[in-house]
Design a protein around this ligand. Structure first.
Ligand code: ADE
Length: 419
């Protein structure tokens, strides 16, 4: 039965247009959806999905439904839900959605529980809040859950910690670890959408600004390259020595956050860790500095600490809060420290989510078709599936690449031949 809790069903027409626009940029998912509609690999399965409720997610959910699944969708972040998309999913596509943009923490978790009330055999998570709620507050449902997938780096780290503690009750596929996911979504998706969020929120001119990037993983490096491409002077901060060298050899200045703070105009955290920018950093920033986060959770900026050294806070434009510090300087925090690309912009473009969500759809199919269940651990998608997604994407881009000649194959398999 269709159940939902969304902002306003009357927004459905706008949502439908935007879902269709995204769909026209998701050719790989389209091919999968057409096959799923014929073969129904997910028939009889109920799937609880905790994902950013965007136009791209809508097309994933449509694909899962075409494959025969019953889907209950809740949000993986209180600020990322696109209310028109939620409305269209309910009205036009018959999906149960529990997500309202701006929902408070209590509602956010109530919505996760409402998705879990569907008693899923499969879970699809982005950040592992659904899985963690299931393992802590809804353990009675665990025997019915067969397997799951996880979208993002932060979620995979949490799940690996659960598996390490022996706490994970069923196998999970780390979609994030597919090559066709993190090389593209994390790098080009985050790179572009983070800049998009900052610009939409502030209308700041990137050219000539000093942009401090905390974290040089795939997301950080994607963002650093895009910011440099728009004319920013980019400084990278890292804790990992190898990544520090990479950033330096990629041409960026690398230094500690303490050293970077007096020069930065814009600060972006993309680390996945807590309290990366702390009161001792905020206190030494330039007047008017812009600070935001593009990591999964709103923990990377110590906003409680910032409040303690501030004398007032006011909203100066949507998504921009101005903290006036006791030292008289102003710091501008974007989107309450939540991921800027999904809060102030629309997340990654559909072209890149096409590959991420092809991994989700094919990952779900792989899990239900397995002859022998996987161990209660975090697994990667088989390379053949990853490579198949890459081949489909390349074909959709009308790109043909070379094939190894028999002689080249033989050469690569031999060890006798040298100079
Ligand atoms: N994560 C980042 N961008 C996204 C998008 N557009 N849709 C769903 N999840 C996302």
């Amino acid at each position: 039965m269709l159940k939902y809790d969304i902002r306003d069903i009357a927004k459905a027409a706008d949502g439908k247009n935007r879902i269709e626009w995204a769909d026209s940029h998701m050719p790989v998912l389209n091919i999968i959806r057409q096959r799923f509609a014929k073969e129904k690999p997910l028939a009889g399965y109920t799937l609880a999905a905790c994902l950013h409720v965007t136009t791209e997610t809508a097309n994933l959910v449509r694909t899962l439904k075409a494959g025969g699944a019953t889907v209950a969708l809740c949000a993986s972040n209180p600020l990322s839900t696109q209310d028109d998309v939620a409305a269209s999913l309910v009205k036009d596509y018959g999906i149960s959605v529990f997500a309202i943009n701006g929902e408070d923490k209590k509602t956010y978790y109530r919505h996760i529980h409402q998705a879990l009330d569907f008693k899923p055999q499969l879970t699809m998570d982005d950040g592992a809040d659904l899985v963690s709620t299931l393992h802590s507050e809804r353990r009675e449902l665990l025997p019915g859950v067969m397997a799951g997938t996880e979208e993002t780096t932060t979620g995979v780290i949490r799940l690996r910690a659960m598996a390490h503690d022996g706490a994970l009750a069923y196998p999970i596929i780390a979609v994030n670890d597919s090559k066709t996911k993190h090389f593209f979504d994390n790098r080009y998706g985050t790179g572009q959408s983070t800049l998009d969020g900052i610009i939409r929120a502030t209308n700041h001119l990137v050219a000539g600004s000093t942009v401090v990037v905390a974290g040089y993983g795939w997301c950080g490096r994607g963002f650093a390259v895009r910011a440099a491409g728009m004319g920013a002077h980019v400084i990278v901060t890292e804790v990992d020595p190898v990544k520090g060298i990479e950033a330096a050899m990629d041409g960026f200045r690398v230094m500690s956050m303490a050293k970077a703070v007096p020069t930065g105009d814009v600060f972006v955290t993309l680390t996945g860790d807590i309290n990366v920018i702390r009161p001792e950093h905020f206190a030494r920033m330039k007047d008017g500095a812009i600070v935001c986060n593009s990591g999964h959770f709103n923990v990377e900026l110590d906003l409680d600490g910032l409040k303690k050294i501030s004398k007032s806070v006011r909203t100066v434009r949507p998504y921009v809060e101005e903290y006036t510090l006791k030292n008289g300087r102003r710091v501008h925090i974007l989107a309450e420290g939540r991921l800027i690309n999904l809060a102030a912009a629309e997340g990654h473009p559909a072209v890149v989510m096409d590959m991420s969500f092809a991994n989700q759809a094919l990952g779900a199919e792989y899990l239900v078709k397995l002859k022998k269940p996987l161990s209660k651990n975090v697994h990667v998608i088989p390379t053949v599936i990853d490579d198949k997604i890459a081949a489909m994407k390349l074909a959709s881009m009308d790109i043909t690449i070379d094939k190894l000649t028999p002689e080249q194959k033989k050469y690569l398999a031999s060890w006798q031949m040298g100079t």
